[in-house]
Design a protein around this ligand. Sequence first.
Ligand SMILES: [Zn+2]
Length: 123
Amino acid sequence: MKINPNISCPCGSGKKYKKCCAVFHKGGYPKNVLSLMKSRYSAFTLGKIDYIIKTSTFQNDYDDLKSFSENCEFKKLIILDHTEDSVTFNATVFCNNMDNSFTEKSKFIMVDGMWKYESGEIL
Ligand SMILES: [Zn+2]
């Protein structure tokens, strides 16, 4: 999928995509868990499944992630809280026109100097 680099970034930063999460999607690595979480959200909205897999500690099924990304519309991300290794957020998500919005506390872990998604607790 060709993505216009000048769209406003899906993570809600207010910056252009090319100056925000695109940096990470192209191989840069987020220095903190908040940037990582936002860039993973953007990756879901843009269908960047490889990035989701790369930034996770466990093996997700590629096709599951792809169908989630394709069948759902990611409308809004609100960060509620974050610590050094966790981010609590609310995501407004509609899947097949049903409201699947959720609030999650994501936990991250440092692996070989890179933050990765470890687990998520739905609140
Ligand atoms: Zn962004």
